[in-house]
Write a protein that binds this ligand. Structure first.
Ligand code: C2O
Ligand code: CU
Length: 601
């Protein structure tokens, strides 16, 4: 194997083969040590300090409050290497509310208390207090972090988390199955002028107040309110859109050299919007999805749902005397928000030369066929781990919008999630059985349910029961979409699983039928942590419950989660040793800690 590696690299000299061979052997030893022990020899701990606070900022050229980190919006990009231990000390400077930070896409193997989910993995950090998140960045990939308490993600609490491949020994072969000369990172989000508090209260009010469509789409926290360049293209309106200034809202420009290949990392933390990205005149080759390599495929535009991340490669092989638009538009909902724009700037021309060609037009918002084609193209890179051939358990989750006592909620199998005061991880580990409902939520829904009609009987209820998964069992989840409360309406929902990757076995139309299982893709299904369920359709996924902890599985649309669109999985919790006290100081676990202390006195 070493010989083939060396041949690929074109090393001929005998002495070099020898030296390199030793280096390679050494790294094999290091990495196998890493998978057994908690730290590999070559890995390090990377320390970060985050101060989370409200501040004035102008993300879309309109001044307002954002939740910033260390005086910046979005939060700083964390860039580490695979195998590193990441230690982030988060200090809550929000004054009057709690905070947590979730590391989206990191599985938290062996550290479920560092997942950063309020009421699930930990107590929210009180104002003035700090919490240290310590976890292993075990897998190279493009990830993000964001608030996971109330609707703080909508308020701007997010940033990028990039895990590069392990440190390369000199002259060693590249560890990634593709090559590039430079890279960019785009963190996509959507922005409202209404504060998350107002949004949150509106969603929990009767009569219901919907948050509406975002005022702007942001690329790396930068967007332009009312810049309608994409809709009516002309160079005169371009002046009103600030493309080259130094404003907080001035776009993040992609500066490139001709005839190079760039890696574009793209991740979405939108609260609501599903997006589509295109670079005028340039094709993209998708190579990574949610931290896993995919079989490369080329596309003119790509869909990206909230909670997803991709890497694409593009080559700057177009006319180098002009610039090009990068455009990001809304999918799945009638767009009232103009596309976000930035510029692919060839160094061979001036930045003040706005692109002569109009920005690429995103596919029609309700062209779901286009989206399904894209989703189905995402397949595992040849040689990726394949799923177990069968599963031990199948959980069907019917996604509905319902009324509960006049309040509009989202429900799964008629149960709408309302999180408990005591985080599950502590209450399950220490058997505090009163902390949440004993009864597990339903595994399926009545077979006669008509998914093409609004929910008729309004018997859905609030709930906080958990699905307990047997350790190391293989679980299938079928997400079944249905009609929302309004007639002829079914929405997209991007579902995200904490603590795991799952294989996406397939998407289907209408109601899932037993025979659909025959069509599951067991050959090359992609491993992801977020997957969309299309309107009136179903999505099937499979994962192995091999990570002791309590894990959220929910729609990544922030208002939907707030309205109850999620479930909770618990697996192997009793196998965990002690849980660090730091995150237990609330509810019944807080009381338990106090009682223990008093008994000692
Ligand atoms: Cu990025 Cu539970 O979410
Ligand atoms: Cu949703």
């Amino acid at each position: 194997m070493i010989m083939t590696l060396l041949q690929k690299m074109g090393y001929g000299g005998c002495w070099r083969v020898l030296v390199l061979g030793v280096v390679l052997w050494w790294s094999v030893i290091i990495s196998s040590a890493g998978s057994v022990g908690s730290h590999s020899l070559g890995s390090r701990t990377r320390h970060f300090k985050f101060q989370v606070e409200y501040m004035y900022w102008s993300p879309d050229c309109v001044d307002g409050l954002v939740i910033g980190i260390n005086g910046r919006f979005p939060g700083p990009t964390i860039r580490v290497r695979a195998g590193d231990t990441v230690s982030v000390e988060v200090t809550n400077k929000l004054d009057t509310e709690g905070v947590v930070i979730h590391w989206h896409g990191i599985r938290q193997l062996g550290t479920p208390w560092a997942d950063g989910t309020a009421s699930i993995s930990q107590c929210a950090i009180n104002p003035g207090e700090s919490f240290v998140y310590r976890f292993n960045a075990d897998k190279a990939g493009t990830y993000m972090y964001h608030g996971h308490y109330g609707m703080q993600r909508s308020g701007g609490l997010y940033g990028s988390l990039i895990v590069e491949t392990e440190e390369e020994e000199e002259e060693e072969e590249e560890k990634e199955p593709f090559h590039y000369d430079g890279e960019f990172n785009l963190l996509l989000s959507d922005w409202w002028h209404q504060t998350p508090h107002e949004q949150q209260v509106g969603l929990s009010s009767n009569p219901f107040r919907w948050v509406g469509e975002p005022q702007a789409l942001l690329i790396n926290g930068r967007g332009q309110y009312n810049c309608s360049l994409a809709a009516k293209f002309s160079n005169s309106s371009a002046a009103q859109c600030k493309f080259t200034g130094r404003e907080q809202c001035a776009p993040y420009i992609l500066r490139v050299l001709p005839n190079k290949t760039y890696r574009l990392r793209v991740s979405s933390v939108t609260a609501l919007a599903s997006l589509n990205l295109a670079i005028g005149g340039h094709k993209m080759t998708v190579v990574e999805a949610d931290g896993n390599y995919v079989q490369p495929f080329t596309t003119d535009d790509m869909d990206i749902y909230s909670g997803e991340s991709y890497s694409v490669l593009f080559t700057t092989d177009q006319d180098p005397s002009t610039n090009y638009w990068v455009s990001i538009g809304v999918r799945g909902r009638l767009p009232k928000t103009p596309p976000a724009l930035t510029i692919l700037h060839y160094a061979t021309t001036s930045i003040s030369n706005l692109p002569p060609l109009p920005p690429p037009v995103p596919p029609l918002w309700n062209n779901h066929t286009h989206s399904k084609l894209f989703s189905n193209k995402v397949q595992a890179l040849a040689g990726s781990p394949s799923p177990p051939a069968t599963s031990h358990r199948r959980i069907l989750l019917l996604n509905t919008q319902n009324y509960i006592n006049g309040y509009i909620r989202w429900a799964l199998n008629n149960v709408s999630l309302l999180l408990p005061e005591t985080p599950y991880l502590g209450s399950i580990r220490y058997r505090l059985t009163k902390a949440f409902e004993k009864r597990a939520p339903p595994e399926n829904f009545p077979s006669e349910y008509d998914i093409t009609m609004p929910a008729k009987n309004q018997n859905s209820s609030y709930g906080n029961g958990v699905y307990t998964l047997r350790s190391n069992s293989t679980v299938d989840v079928i997400l079944q979409n249905a009609n929302a409360l309004a007639a002829n309406t079914s929405e997209l929902h991007p579902w995200h699983l904490h603590g795991h990757y799952f294989w996406v076995l397939g998407y289907g139309e209408g109601k899932f039928r037993e025979e659909d299982e025959k069509g599951f893709n067991l050959k090359n299904p992609p491993l992801k942590n977020t997957v969309v369920v299309f309107p009136y359709g179903w999505t099937a996924l499979r994962f192995v419950a091999d990570n002791p902890g309590v894990w959220a599985f929910h729609c990544h649309i922030e208002p939907h989660l707030h309205m109850g669109m999620g479930v909770v999985f618990a697996e192997g919790v009793r196998r965990l040793g002690k849980i660090p006290k730091q995150g237990l100081g609330c509810g019944l676990t807080g009381k338990m800690l106090m009682d223990n202390d008093n008994n000692r006195d």
